[in-house]
Design a protein around this ligand. Sequence first.
Ligand SMILES: [Zn+2]
Length: 102
Amino acid sequence: MFFDRAERGPQYGVNKTRTQAMPESPRMVPLYIARIVDLRVGQSVSIRCRACGHVAELAAIHLRERLPRDAFVKHLGPQFRYQLCGHKGAEVDARRALGHYG
Ligand SMILES: [Zn+2]
């Protein structure tokens, strides 16, 4: 796991060409029904610690390999523990991995 700042803004087009390798839904998936299987391989999910505000970027493939395919993305936050401060509970931003930004 590595940490990154979330404020850099969108990186237009960088990841668009290498997400087609696996069969996935091309449509945008609303967050309230999104499951692990809906996360796009090649994209990442932002996870922000509720205590210290650190942001981690986790690759979607990383989550797909470790979590049940039918687990709801919106339920993931409380399960994350940030190693450096030990706080359990995070905000999960999976919009990019769900295709919300094209
Ligand atoms: Zn923290």
